[in-house]
Design a protein. Structure first.
Length: 220
């Protein structure tokens, strides 16, 4: 399916499922400071480590490193606390607040790999509207790229995942959206390189295809 076809399908979407970090807001400066310091303390090469953490639950990031003598749950508790104390540089993706506010509140959800208190803190810090449905790390057994979060988000909205559009920025999140059977739109605001896949890409929420009357906001 090409980009135009996917955007055309948006006219019939019943639900909108949004990743948070990198998609609705950017917390990259905070994430890289906190996780970079953690990696350095634990003897992990920082630059390559930071490339493999995005879009994945913190507990899964720690487990993947397989460091002896560390309790992943204890490490994650410290990391979440440090991230909540460091919001410097956290900003909304341009146009995100207005776009979310334009959607029927019962038809959109946020599906994030962040813990709930961290997600709430970041959303409030950048002034984004809070969703009626917020799926966080505590709510699903498997991290992205597993589809669990998006499937649960669609379920709580009361819609078929195949009738949803997922907004994502990370490879893990895109794979999760695909596995859920949803259409996927990539948000590239935080990307350094062009997106290599076949999904349609928007830079931010000022994209003309997202404006009222555009395909993606037309009623199904």
């Amino acid at each position: 399916m090409d980009h135009a076809d996917t955007m055309d399908r948006a006219s019939g979407f019943d639900g909108w499922l949004f990743d948070m970090d990198g998609t609705l807001l950017t917390s990259i400066p905070s994430v890289e400071r906190v996780w970079g310091a953690w990696a350095e303390r634990n003897g992990i090469e920082v630059e390559s480590f930071l490339k493999r953490i995005h879009g994945v639950q913190a507990i899964e990031v720690v487990r993947r490193e397989n460091l002896p003598g560390l309790d992943p749950e204890v490490e994650v508790a410290h990391i979440v606390r440090a991230e909540m104390e460091d919001m410097d540089g956290t900003e909304a993706i341009p146009g995100a607040a207005a776009f979310l506010s334009s959607l029927p509140p019962e038809r959109w959800a946020i599906v994030t790999s962040a813990h709930r208190r961290l997600a709430m803190a970041r959303l409030q810090a950048v002034g984004l509207p809070l969703p009626k449905v917020l799926i966080c790390a505590e709510d699903v057994p498997r991290s992205k790229p597993a589809p669990d979060g998006f499937l649960l988000g669609a379920q709580r909205l009361g819609v078929d995942p195949a009738r949803c559009v997922v907004f994502e920025d990370s490879p893990a999140g895109v794979c999760a959206g695909e596995a859920a059977g949803a259409s996927v739109i990539v948000v590239s605001a935080t990307h350094r390189d062009p997106w290599p896949g076949d999904h349609p890409v928007i830079r931010d929420y000022h994209d003309p295809r997202l404006k009222p009357g555009g395909k993606i906001l037309s009623p199904g």
